[in-house]
Write a protein that binds this ligand. Structure first.
Ligand code: ZN
Length: 169
């Protein structure tokens, strides 16, 4: 028989666990591993090579999966600015009787910036969102459990179609 560790031909091998993999090794190499505790059904020798190989492959696979857990968006709940934030802001602002100029001054932002935001063409950053929410007493954030439907890149965002933009001009 061949030792799976050093490749030496020996009269008999010993099953040991080395780094989580079962190997058939010569008595000399057996020192490096732990005794393999065979599960009751003894379908040992013949399969051993394939067996240990698979264990290693499985371990690698598992490790890869663990590392691939960067995909936070898979299940994570994220807080996002509501889809029609522009209209929400504008309506709240008008309800308070402020024109864009006054409102921009009120929250000390550039009028151009606010105009873009109200046109839904610029998503306000967190800080600005908080400021607007406070100034107008509205909610602009919603918790989204991002799944398939929420992919940012895909199609035009939500119900706003290209047609909507064209009509407005
Ligand atoms: Zn050996």
């Amino acid at each position: 028989m061949l030792c799976e560790m050093c490749g030496k031909s020996v009269p008999f091998t010993k099953s040991v666990m080395i780094d989580g993999a079962k190997l058939e090794v010569c008595p000399e190499c057996a020192r490096f591993g732990d005794d393999y505790k065979a599960s009751s059904s003894s379908q040992s020798s013949g399969q051993s090579t394939g067996g240990s190989r698979t264990v290693i492959e499985q371990r690698l696979e598992r490790r890869e999966k663990r590392m691939g857990t960067k995909d936070v968006y898979a299940q994570a709940k994220t807080v996002e600015v509501v889809e029609n934030y522009g209209r929400t802001i504008r309506e709240a602002r008008e309800a308070k009787g402020m024109d864009l100029d006054a409102f921009s001054k009120f929250i000390s932002e550039k009028k151009g910036t606010m105009a873009k935001i109200e046109a839904n063409r610029l998503v306000p950053d967190d800080k600005l969102v908080k400021k607007i929410e406070k100034a107008l007493d509205i909610k602009l954030l919603e918790t989204v459990s991002s799944g398939a439907g929420q992919s940012t890149g895909g199609g035009s965002s939500g119900r706003m179609t290209l047609g909507d933009f064209i009509k407005k001009k």
